[in-house]
Design a protein around this ligand. Structure first.
Ligand code: BLA
Length: 238
């Protein structure tokens, strides 16, 4: 279902950046579930380059029952850019949920003007994918922008609308990165280190996928996956 999205991202990354593999802890890069009726696999990829300190994406494949493409791109600590966040989920034809955003690290006017306003024209073009759905797990005002794509949709729309929207958002993200000037003051950089770490903690503690990971791969594996790979700068809750 979302394989073309993964391929597109991969091709973009490899053609634009000087990527190096970034290690994934043993056992977390690939796993097969022996539980449930449908065999499920989860595979992850992780890279880095001078501009982007962590690029990770994950594909869950459980046939008709579940297909998920999830990704977060963390810019280098010398860029205050939002994180590129992608979460596309399909649980059979009836339930498809897509979320795509530049996840802001700060919320002051100047920051939003610089990094979020540029999304507006794309978001307006794809109004049908921005449905103002209520968030149950996350606070919409925390690490989400007002121009996120967030929709319950169908497979036709995924192909005809989401794919072009995705390409435009990703393209814009590269542009913002190209235009960004690296921070040099260690204090400014520390502020980004802290903000990205806070993002990891917030996200790991609330991840709505935790139950899904546990049900397929067991609780212990799920906790490791969350705190050692997806959001590795977070510490597990006591
Ligand atoms: C919701 N994301 C979800 C849900 C699951 C995942 C299972 C709940 C769907 C439901 O309502 O039934 C899945 N989350 C994952 C997976 C991973 C993960 C598989 O982290 C990791 C491999 N989530 C993100 C990112 C964004 C994001 C980067 O990981 C940003 C674009 C958004 N996911 C997001 C939002 C919701 C969601 C906004 C709805 C949550 C809510 O209602 O509060």
């Amino acid at each position: 279902m979302f394989e073309p999205f993964r391929e597109y991202l991969e091709k973009q990354l490899f053609s634009r950046f000087d990527l190096r593999s970034r290690s994934i802890p043993p056992g977390l890069d690939y796993q097969v579930s022996d539980r449930g009726k449908n065999p499920a696999t989860i595979q992850s990829w992780c890279y880095q380059c001078p501009e982007l300190r962590k690029i990770r994406y994950t594909y869950i494949e459980a046939g008709e029952t579940a297909q998920v493409f999830n990704s977060v791109i963390y810019p280098s600590h010398c860029y205050d850019l939002p994180l590129l966040g992608i979460d596309f989920l399909s649980f059979g034809q009836k339930k498809i949920l897509v979320v795509l955003d530049f996840q802001p690290l700060f919320r002051d006017r100047k920051y939003l003007e610089k990094y979020i306003e540029p999304m507006r024209s794309i978001r307006d073009k794809y109004n049908d994918l921005a449905q103002n759905l209520e968030m149950k797990f996350y606070d919409a005002n925390q690490y989400f922008s007002k121009y996120l794509l967030f929709a319950k949709t169908d497979s036709q729309t995924v192909v005809n609308r989401l794919f072009p929207a995705y390409r435009e958002y990703v393209e814009l993200y590269w542009q913002l990165l190209e235009r960004a000037t690296p921070l040099t003051d260690p204090e400014d950089i520390q502020r980004i280190v802290k903000a990205q770490k806070d993002y990891d903690q917030y996200s790991a503690d609330r991840d709505p996928a935790s139950g899904l990971f546990s049900s397929y791969f067991g609780h212990e594996w799920a906790e490791r996956f969350l705190y050692e790979f997806l959001f590795e700068d977070a510490v597990p809750l006591a």
